[in-house]
Write a protein that binds this ligand. Sequence first.
Ligand code: ATP
Ligand code: MG
Ligand code: FE
Length: 343
Amino acid sequence: MIVLGIETSCDETGVGVVRLHYDGAVQLLADEVASSVQEHARFGGVVPEIASRAHLEAMAPTVRRALATAGVTRPDAVAVTAGPGLAGALLVGLAAAKAYAAAWDVPLHGVNHLGAHVAVDTLEHGPLPPCLALLVSGGHSSLLRVADLAEPVVPLGATVDDAAGEAFDKVARLLGLGFPGGPVLDRLAREGDPTAVRFPRGMTGPRDSRHDFSFSGLKTAVARHVEGLQRAGHDVPVADVAASFQEAVADVLTMKAVRAARDTGIDTLVLGGGVAANSRLRALAEQRCGAAGLTLRVPRPGLCTDNGAMVAALGAHLVAAGAAPSALEIGADPGLPVTTTHL
Ligand code: ATP
Ligand code: MG
Ligand code: FE
C-alpha cells in the first residue's frame, strides 16, 4: 500500500511517498521539497501571497519528481496537511490533494501538520511506543502525550508567548543574521561560548507552570544585552550571544521535557519540528535523556523541518489504524488544534 503526502502549510512545498507494509511498518520511498524561502528573505519573513503562488507553481513538478523517485505511478491513498498553517498556502495543497485523489480514484486523508511532525520519526526508527513529544517549530512549542499516532494527542504544556523557532528567527534578525534565522544561528553558535552570557530561563521558577514555556522574555533579554553593548560603543560578540541564547533555549526545553517524562512516568521522548534540527538541542537532549534513563528519538534534521514525507507517514498510520477517509469537501483549517489528528 503506497501513500503520497502533500505539505504546503508554510513556505515548503513537500511531497513524500511511503510504503505501508503488512506488519504496519512505514517505509520512506521519496521526499521531495521545493522551498520558496529565498523569495521571502528580502521581506524578513514569509509573505503569504508569495508562498501560495510558489506552491501553485511547484506542486505538479514536485509530485512528479516524488512519484518518479519512488517508482510509483498511482498511489493507493493521498494524505494532505489540512492545518494549522497559512490559509492560502494550505488551500493550494488541499486543492491539489483532492484533485489527485479524485483523478486516481483513491481515498483522501486530511491530517494535522503537528501530528505529522511527530509521526515522521517512525520512518527512521520504527513504530512509536506511547511517548512524550517535544514539538518545537516556527509556530508551536508544546509537550504532548502521544498514546497512538492515529488518536488525539494530549497537550501537557505549550508556550505562553513566542514559539521556540520564532525566538530563533527574531534573535537572528536582531543579530543581523538574516532570514530564516534558526539554521544560521545554529552554525554561528558553534564558534561561540555558550557560557558567555547567562540569559534568563523563562518559566522555570518554583511557582511557574511545570510544563509550559515562555521565550519572549529571553528574546527581550538578548535585545537589551545587544543594545547595552552598542550604547557603550562595544562590538557585539555575535557568536557568543548566539551560543548563549541557544544554550538558554536548549536548557529549558530539555529540562522541561525530562521533567514531564518523570511526572507522567513515560520513558520515551520524541523530538519534532524545525527546531529539533538544532544541534545543541539534539546534543543536550541526548545527554539529559541518557542521564534520566529515557529513550530519545530524533528524526534526522531534514525530516524535522517541513516536508511531505511526514504527512505521508501520518497518513499511512491512519490507514493502518483503519481511519475513515476524509470527505472531498473538507476545508483548510489555519487554526486546527493539535488535538485534531485527522479531518
Ligand atoms: P509549525 O510547524 O509550527 O506550523 P513551521 O512549519 O513554519 O511552523 P517548521 O518548518 O517546523 O515550522 O520549523 C521552522 C522553524 O525551525 C523556523 O523558526 C526555523 O528558524 C527553525 N529552525 C530550523 N532549523 C533550525 C536549527 N538548526 N536551529 C534552530 N532553529 C531551527
Ligand atoms: Mg519553512
Ligand atoms: Fe512545521
